[in-house]
Design a protein around this ligand. Structure first.
Ligand code: ADP
Ligand code: MG
Length: 598
């Protein structure tokens, strides 16, 4: 009987590897750019058509390849970057697996043009789904150009997984951005159709590069440069100022030895450095460059090299955390350890999200009696805690049904901490969180108006100019209609510039640009399953939150009355659209008991 195991032919092996390495057009772009960088390019041009599904070309002015190397490059595990197992422990190039070109070639049609200084003529190689069709002379143009056509055309299963043009394009832009950030000296250009959407000048200054990719406005949001060295590690780059934060994580970049990676350890260290400084569900922006001895990091743990493993991960973690803290301390902007003057100033600033969260935390702790709160509360108040029926467990929080239906009979008697309204009824008092209450009101109002297509629009006296990143630009461009439905009149002004002409009138003089950025952040995350309702719901949530009266804002009695009245008209007056409670109640009986009057 014949054995059943066979060794797979190379073509099939390559196609299997392609399954891991080439997930989408952006992965092709990533691998080709990496090769150009490894070849010492000074300028790299990426050209795509049909969002990369039809056509991708990456051109560089790097070392080029000798003819014999050029035909070897498409063989499996053929690389010029490592020679021995020992080399694997000290990798300084982006590539080393010798897998990218054969994998890409196995799922597309490839044309390579290259010329190395050692050859008098250039070389052209054509491959059709991994099979070499022709090798011929080509003009002696310096560097390498690789064209990839009809990606996945022979793999219907893969083709099915391709997303919309805007989504695939934004992934490609993201990949170009990542490489442009990690190699500011290289000039990067990206052309989509006939339009240049990225064009960055060579620079030694990372801040210039950040600005040319994400727009100059972003530089105002960044804390002073980090430049920290300790025990063989160095960290450079920028994090956002703690007072500024984002709805999503799209502006988070970590590079290890100039390789863009995702890493939980470093990510955790960053959030730890920011701990207590960010409101819930808000995120910092960061562009961080860690340099480490290549022998202390294993880059061979993931087929597309997006993850690494550190030999001493605890050390890396603490180093990154300390580096960020140190830079912040040096800048005098805050000091998580000591609680400096500046920090207090930050906390007291009106409308500070941070302040709002502190207030909420303090009051929650205080009334739930878990802790006596700051400033050592007196024992009498501690007693009050013990008798309190206030319940801060979101899931179990309930106003009795009678209370709910009679809420209109409750009268506002005042406000505490400029954040919570107190209502008095016959047998209860109720605390209302003014921000979440208003959020609920606005959310439902928006929703209703959109259902009735009755969004009122306020035309801005002076149209506002807005710069966004290329990626945001693609997303914004493809969602202009959605923004229109919500009452935003935004117009493309060429490149990454937009003009805001009108905003929904329900928004009260807020920072439109930040609001639009927050919405774009959400849209970028949501690209996978873009149902219009979902997008709109997200947009409304953000608009409601932004438009709502803030904590730490004093209200007059009439304002409180109308807020409560409006709240009662909503469908779910007691939960904010984000799921937080709006109201807490306390029984008169419990209060009497607390004072030993019962
Ligand atoms: P790896 O990058 O892991 O070595 P690839 O399959 O991506 O594997 O590339 C194979 C080889 O082809 C590289 O090692 C390099 O020698 C050569 N090569 C690929 N792209 C270029 C380029 N743009 N310029 C010069 N040489 C290149
Ligand atoms: Mg490579």
């Amino acid at each position: 009987m014949e054995g059943r195991i066979v060794k797979l032919p190379d073509e099939l092996v390559n196609r299997i590897a392609a399954g891991e390495v080439v997930e989408r057009p952006a992965s092709v772009v990533k691998e080709l750019i990496e090769n150009s960088i490894d070849a010492g390019a000074g300028a790299i041009t990426v050209e795509v058509k049909g969002s990369g599904k039809r056509y991708i070309r990456v051109m560089d002015d790097g070392s080029g390849m000798l003819r014999e190397d050029a035909s070897l490059a498409f063989e499996r595990h053929a690389t010029s970057k490592i020679k021995t197992a020992h080399d694997l422990h000290k990798i300084t190039t982006l590539g080393f697996r010798g897998e990218a070109l054969p994998s890409i070639a196995s799922v597309s049609n490839v044309r390579l043009l290259t010329r190395s200084a050692g050859d008098s003529s250039g070389t052209e190689i054509e491959l059709d789904n991994g099979i070499v069709k022709a090798i011929k002379d080509a003009p002696p143009v310096k560097g390498t150009s690789i064209e990839v056509k009809d990606l996945f055309l022979n793999i219907p299963a893969r083709l099915k997984f391709m997303k919309s043009d805007a989504t695939e394009l934004s992934h490609i832009i993201e990949s170009v951005n990542q490489h442009a950030l990690s190699h500011p000296v290289i000039r990067f250009k990206m052309i989509n159709g006939n339009k240049a959407i990225i064009d960055t000048a060579s620079t030694n200054n990372i801040l210039d590069r950040i600005a040319s990719i994400f727009g100059y406005e972003i530089t105002d949001s960044l804390a002073p440069q980090i430049n920290y060295v300790r025990g063989g590690l160095s960290l450079e780059g920028y994090v956002s100022k703690p007072s500024i934060n984002m709805a999503g994580r799209s502006l988070q970049y970590i590079f290890v030895n100039n390789r863009y990676i995702k890493d939980r350890v470093i990510n955790h260290a960053i959030y730890e450095a920011f701990r207590t400084l960010l409101p819930k569900d808000r995120h910092p922006a960061y562009f961080l460059f860690l340099n480490i001895d290549p022998e202390m990091v294993d880059v061979n743990v993931h087929p597309s090299k997006i993850e690494v493993r550190f030999a001493k991960q605890g050390e890396v973690h603490d180093f990154v955390r300390d580096a960020i803290r140190e830079s912040m301390k040096r800048a005098g902007s805050w000091d998580p350890g000591v609680g400096s003057q500046e920090q207090n100033a930050e906390l007291r600033a009106p409308n500070s999200e941070l302040y709002k969260d502190r207030v909420r935390e303090t009051i929650e702790r205080y009334i739930s009696g878990q802790e006596s709160g700051p400033g050592n509360l007196e024992s009498g108040i501690k007693n009050f805690n013990r008798y309190s029926t206030l319940n801060t467990q979101h899931s179990t929080l309930k106003l009795s049904p009678e209370t709910e239906s009679n809420l209109s009979q409750f009268k506002p008697v005042g406000q505490i901490f400029d954040s919570f309204i107190i209502l008095e009824g016959a047998d209860n008092i109720i605390f209302i969180d003014q921000h979440t209450a208003h959020e609920r009101i606005l959310y439902e109002r928006f929703l209703q108006k959109i259902k009735d297509s009755k969004i009122e629009v306020q035309t801005l006296l002076l149209p506002v100019n807005m710069e966004v990143s290329s990626k945001e630009s693609v997303i914004l461009q493809s969602n202009l209609d959605n923004f229109k439905k919500l009452g935003f009149d935004i117009e493309s002004f060429g490149g990454n510039s937009f003009i805001i002409r009108a905003v929904p009138s329900l928004l009260s003089g807020d920072d439109y640009k930040q609001l639009i950025r927050d919405i774009l952040d959400k849209l970028i995350v949501h690209q996978r399953n873009t149902s219009f309702d979902e997008i709109v719901n997200d947009m409304i949530l953000i608009m409601a939150c932004r438009g709502a009266v803030k904590a730490n804002q004093r209200l007059g009695i009439e304002e409180m009355e109308s807020l409560v009245k409006e709240l009662m008209r909503t469908s779910r007056p007691f939960t904010c659209p984000h799921g937080r409670p709006i109201a807490l109640s306390m029984d008169k009986g419990q209060i009497l008991k607390g004072f030993l009057r019962r």
